[in-house]
Every structure is written in C-alpha cells, then in structure tokens.
Ligand binder design. Structure first.
Ligand SMILES: Nc1nc2c(ncn2[C@@H]2O[C@H](COP(=O)(O)OP(=O)(O)O)[C@@H](O)[C@H]2O)c(=O)[nH]1
Ligand SMILES: [Mg+2]
Length: 284
C-alpha cells in the first residue's frame, strides 16, 4: 500500500529548504526518539548533501529508556552524532551549543589554523510535522532575535536566534514530509501523531499498536485495560478496552469505532508513557 503525499507540497517544501540551506553551515535534524528511523525524511541526506548534520531525537521523556540506550549504541557504532532530548525540560541551549560545536569542530579548527576567527555557526532546524520543531525554537528564543539582511534568492526575511555568540539558529524550521513508502512506517507515524490516523485504516493502526504492545509492553495493557492474556485476538482486546472505557451501545455491544479512536488518543496523549515504537534490532 502506498500513501500519497501531495506532490505540490513536496515540491514547494523541497525548494524552500534548498534555498534556506544555502544560508547555513549545518543542519539540526529533529526526529522522534520513539521512532528514530521512521521519523526520518527520505530525501534529507540528498538535500543537505555534505553539510554537517546533528541528529536530535526529541520526546526522550516519552520513549522507553532502555530502547533509547540501544539506539544510542546503534548510532554511535555507525559514527553518527546523535542526542536524545526532552525539549520541555532539558537545558536545550547548552546541549545544542555543545553538540553543534562538536559537529563543526573540523571546520573551526581549520579556520583557526589559517588565522581566521570563526564566526558564529549558522544552523537550521528541520524535521517532519509534530516532531517538536516549534517547541525547540521557542525554548531557544528566550534571548534576542537578530535580523539578518536578505540575500539574493531568498525572498522572505530570515531571522536568526542568537543561542550563543558561537551559534545562531534560523528562527523558521524546515518542514519535511515523512516517509510514506511503507505501511509499517505509516502506522508508527500515526501512533506517534506525526500523521493523522485518518490517512490510514484505523483498524490496521490499532491492530499494529495492540500487537506491538502485547509483544513489548504487556504490562501497559494489563494495568490500563485489564488485558492479561498475550494470546488474545484483536476483537477480544477491543471488546475489553471498550468495556473498560464504558463504550457500550444497545444490546450490550461495544462501540468499536469509538473504542479504537479512544485507544489511539490514549497512546498519543502521552498518558501511556515510555513506549518506543521502533527498535534497532528491526533494522540490522
Ligand atoms: N513530551 C514531550 N513533548 C514534546 C517534546 N517536544 C515537543 N513536544 C510536543 O509535541 C507536540 C508537537 O510539537 P511542535 O513543536 O508543535 O512540533 P512541530 O510540528 O515540529 O513544530 C507538542 O504537543 C509539543 O508539546 C518533548 O521533547 N517531549
Ligand atoms: Mg511547528
């Protein structure tokens, strides 16, 4: 099954980002820490070509700590600079500054050897919808916003957030489209609010979510919905969840639509914490 992204949007997003990229030294790519692979944009690598990139995984507080550790190992083995953050609680200014300096270190050292005093690093935040771009920018923006003169080819006025004398971040993020080439990825995106669940058949998303929870987090199902038998099938699970919620129609039937919608809302509203929907062992 292929899910269609509107080609018009994609072309425009691509053009905008390509233009904005000309103004920056490096890219800060945000991804959802609960789905480190599925929240990546398929074309980003191509768009940024060889600009240095820092991958920042957001929503660490909503992810499963032990799985996050596995991911850190996975990426470190691969030689990539990645960090996992809680954008609402962490000292994001300090963390971003340190890691941007690290990513740009080779260039800074080269400049210094040539007697050039390095100017502030210019970075741009990019990511798919709902990954936390605005949240992070707002946290970074508590200081002054500096106007920088327009440059040829860029129509809108670009503003920069001065995070530190050594780091400026573009105040508008680059919005990327998610991957839609694989149904499983689509379901993970739906479960974490990156795409609207309406895009996919809700039965399939809920079935995928239930199966995943049964396999990896049976305790959540037991504690929250009283589901304790890991052999239970889809209909029985929905039945139990519906009764728990009290979504009963005439003839003592469970309202399945309403139950599925409520289950999705439960997963998305951060009431069921500490779930990682993707593991490195799926990707070896
Ligand atoms: N728990 C948690 N929620 C976050 C974090 N970062 C962003 N959010 C929430 O994720 C949702 C989408 O964030 P937003 O910044 O609007 O995403 P954007 O579409 O990329 O700009 C909002 O409800 C934020 O409060 C985080 O690190 N932890
Ligand atoms: Mg936003």
């Amino acid at each position: 099954m292929t899910i269609q992204w509107f080609p018009g949007h994609m072309t425009k997003a691509k053009r905008t980002i390509t233009e904005q990229l000309k103004l920056v030294d490096m890219v800060i790519e945000l991804r959802d820490g609960r789905i480190p692979m599925s929240s990546a944009n398929p074309l980003l690598q191509e768009l940024i070509s060889n600009k240095p990139r820092l991958i920042v995984f957001t929503k660490r507080d909503m992810a499963d700590e032990s799985v996050t550790k596995q991911w850190i190992n996975y990426f470190e083995k691969d030689g990539q600079t990645v960090i996992f953050i809680d954008s609402q609680k962490d000292n994001v200014k300090k963390i971003l500054l340190e890691n941007c300096l690290k990513v740009m270190d080779a260039k800074i050292q080269r400049d210094l050897r040539r007697g050039i005093h390095p100017r502030a690093i210019r970075a741009m935040i990019v990511g798919i919808p709902n990954v936390g771009k605005s949240t992070l920018i707002n946290r970074l923006a508590k200081r002054k916003v500096v106007d920088v003169a327009n440059r040829p080819g860029v129509t809108q006025s670009i503003k920069w957030l001065t995070v530190d004398p050594r780091l400026d971040v573009m105040d508008t993020p680059g919005i990327l489209w998610p991957r839609f080439d694989d149904l499983k990825i689509g379901m993970k995106l739906a479960l974490t609010s990156a795409i609207k669940e309406q895009i996919l058949p809700i039965e399939q998303v809920v079935a995928f979510g239930l199966e995943y929870l049964l396999q990896h987090y049976p305790r959540i199902l037991t504690e929250r919905y009283g589901i304790s038998n890991v052999e239970l099938d889809f209909d029985t699970c929905i039945e139990m969840i519906g009764r728990k919620f009290g979504f009963i129609m005439a003839e003592n039937e469970v309202d399945k639509r309403r139950t599925m919608a409520a289950f999705m809302a439960d997963l998305r509203q951060d009431t069921l914490k500490s779930i990682s929907w993707e593991r490195p062992d799926e990707h070896v």
